[in-house]
Design a protein around this ligand. Sequence first.
Ligand code: GDP
Length: 297
Amino acid sequence: VIQDIEDKPEDLQSRPPVITIMGHVDHGKTSLLDAIRNTSVTSGEAGGITQHIGAYQVTTKDGAVLTFLDTPGHAAFTSMRSRGAQVTDIVVLVVAADDSVMPQTVEAINHAKAAGVPMIVAINKIDKPAANPTKVRTELLNHEVVVEAMSGEVQDVEVSAHTGQGLDDLLEAIALQAEILELKANPDRAAQGAVIEAQLDVGRGPVATVLIQTGTLHQGDIFVVGEQYGKVRALINDKGDRVKEAGPSVPVEVLGLNGTPEAGDVLNVTETEAQAREIAEYRAGVAKEKRAAAGAA
Ligand code: GDP
């Protein structure tokens, strides 16, 4: 029922890049995500309060829209990938200038390379007196990451999540990388997306944050997502606003599920509720058999 529709080239439109921030613990992934999010909070917004729905979008000074996955760490990246949901277009590798390359830095490099995702190096904590960006660049060479400052092709930007130094440059570097990738999707087809996170909400029932990958998800659409199905009752964006639809690379909270899906599950819009239920029940059955087989073994 879920066909992989071939999009005609003329139906494709450019879409924002999806970015994951990776790096060693304490090198500033969370701080950087917060600082970037704050660059987009205009003074008019109520106290600068933004929703934490697992992903957010910012607009650069030049008007480029970027989607950041708000789940730092490598577990999210690898578990999504292992479930078949490759949602990241660009990895920002954070390396603390006062600590340089550490084991999880190397792990992140390996993940990005395995996934074939281009990297941008953010040399963070540049405000610290002990910052030594040259050491970072030199040590990255040992892991075949040759940054521009070392005559390589990987963009590197010195930043401080604390002072905000270099943040605009980082966003520009990401926008440039996205241009090179020529990311496209067809917004005029049945939506497909990946679950970034999901939970059972006391007031709202099962809620999933879905990153739309292709097509447009509308209020009222019927869908299957992993072993669950539903009909979109409401869509809420990263600003906490209700929206009628969400297109490619847009993260939205989806309400109207019959159960709670898992991160990495893929959402597909179907034509009828019977189809959606049938696929969901079939998948649940297969999963149950697998568990039984694993238990018997
Ligand atoms: P994560 O584990 O990679 O998510 O790192 P965090 O964002 O939690 O940051 C770890 C520590 O480094 C915290 O105490 C931050 O306040 C601090 N930190 C993060 N970025 C900067 C920075 O640009 N400059 C300085 N001086 N400290 C930073």
